[in-house]
Design a protein around this ligand. Structure first.
Ligand SMILES: *[C@@H]1O[C@H](CO)[C@@H](O)[C@H](O)[C@H]1NC(C)=O
Ligand SMILES: *[C@@H]1O[C@H](CO)[C@@H](O)[C@H](O)[C@H]1NC(C)=O
Length: 417
């Protein structure tokens, strides 16, 4: 595409700002570093920068007599879905703060029992023993309190209805995800991450043995220490990965395959740990799959997850890639268009009637107009493409055969989802 006269201006004016920003960050960093005795805040003394030692499996954190809590990690088996047409009892467990508005749960979610825990209000009907560990405290509290009376399927989610960590294909809408969730897949898998898109998290987000703190994922550095307390009998893994964000679904069978005491132990760890609150919650985002699948890396194919899990069936993972690339390109093109308009670009609606993107690229448009017109057309065409892909995927999702295929399951005539 031709470069317009507008594109150079903002770059030049940024240079002085960038240098000032860089200098001040350096000064701030140096002050901070020195004032902390040359150590990053938050790094436990015993794994300070200079003397990193991978923690040995520590003594169990919980049992007073020093014995390891009962813990079998390799016994998970696939669940068997109910006969076609039979109902699943289900509970939606929501972690919320007092100021978050979760009225959508009461108003819009149907067919689910709801358990909305308020983490910072001891007066709330459902609350946690302490406001610590974010949603992890809520999820454990629900399981511990309801262990003997669990529904067939549980979904554990955050209080906000829309958020970037919800699936984009559902317009980031948690309600859509709940409504599409396949009880059968949750039953079969036992544990299902509600996020299908692999990033962030997969294929290898956390390396618990890293020597340096990574500002992007501060939990990484703390996890080695936490691990030896949480899973005292399992060596710290090289890699720990699943799609992000701490929202997932569980079958009753899977929850019950772990003794209640174990959940109490995990929650006690949260209650006692001196790792700061934001981090202890974040650590659990990358441990749920370990608890419920026994796998340190749990990165199912996005197509299997979307198709079998939510009834959105693309042909394969490559087509999902195309879908998301298109979606991200639309977003970028919209941003570029906005910038262009702000820099005095005038969008001449008449100039682009009935020309396709290809035709416009060939047409000799006036220099000043071309960028805006091309971007507008690109957004329109790609948006239509995206919608078409999505509708086709939804249609395929109605067929049990496609769902089985995506997940690599054998399909027999008459099988349900
Ligand atoms: C762990 O698994 C072994 C072998 O399957 C079994 O004998 C043992 O009782 C299990 N322990 C617990 C605590 O479930
Ligand atoms: C919560 O959000 C709903 C819309 O989802 C709105 O109607 C309601 O007024 C909000 N409540 C509060 C207390 O802000």
């Amino acid at each position: 595409m031709r470069r317009t006269q507008y594109s150079m201006r903002p770059v030049r004016s940024f240079i002085p700002i960038l240098s000032i920003a860089a200098c001040s960050s350096l000064i701030l960093f140096a002050t901070f570093y020195l004032s902390h005795g040359g150590r990053w805040r938050g790094i436990p003394q015993k794994i300070g920068l200079g003397d990193f030692i991978r923690p040995q499996p520590a003594k169990p954190y919980y049992n007073a007599d020093g014995s390891a809590p009962p813990f079998n990690i390799s016994e998970f088996v696939s669940g068997i879905p109910k006969p076609l047409g039979e109902r699943y009892s289900r509970a939606l467990v929501i972690a919320k703060t007092k100021k978050e508005n979760s009225s959508w749960v009461d108003d819009e979610v149907t067919g689910w029992d709801k358990a909305v825990y308020v983490i910072d209000d001891p007066q709330a009907p459902l609350h946690t023993p302490k406001n610590k560990g974010h949603e992890a405290m809520v999820y454990f509290t629900y399981i511990i309190d309801n262990y003997d009376n669990l529904p067939d399927v549980m979904a554990f989610m955050h209080a906000h209805r829309t958020g970037w960590h919800n699936e984009e294909i559902f317009d980031f809408d948690a309600l859509e995800m709940i409504n599409h969730l396949s009880m059968e897949r949750v039953t079969r898998e036992g544990y299902m991450n509600m996020r299908c898109l692999l990033a962030p998290g997969c294929p290898d987000w956390l390396h618990p043995g890293m020597l340096q703190e990574d500002g992007q994922k501060k939990e990484e550095f703390l996890i080695a220490q936490a691990w030896s307390e949480i899973f005292p009998d399992i060596p710290v893994p090289q890699v720990l990965a699943q799609p992000c964000c701490g929202q997932f679904a569980l079958s009753r069978e899977r929850v019950l395959s772990i003794p209640r005491e174990r959940y109490i132990y995990y929650r006690d760890w949260l209650l006692r740990t001196d790792i700061r609150d934001t981090m202890s919650g974040r650590i659990w985002e990358y441990l749920w799959h370990m608890v419920f699948t026994g796998e340190t890396v749990h990165c199912p194919s996005a197509n299997a997850c979307l198709c079998d899990g939510f009834g959105i069936c693309f042909d394969n993972d490559a087509q999902i890639d195309t879908y998301y690339q298109t979606m991200w390109r639309i977003r970028d093109a919209k941003d570029e268009l906005k910038d262009w308009v702000q820099q005095d670009g005038i969008l001449d609606e008449d100039a682009r009637i009935s020309l396709s993107l290809d035709e416009m690229e060939d047409a000799e448009l006036a220099e000043g107009d071309s960028k805006g017109i091309l971007l507008t057309a690109e957004v329109e065409e790609k948006t239509a493409e995206l919608e078409k892909m999505k509708q086709e995927a939804l249609k395929k999702g109605e067929q049990a055969l496609w769902r089985a295929y995506s997940a690599g399951r054998k399909y027999h005539q008459g099988d349900g989802f």
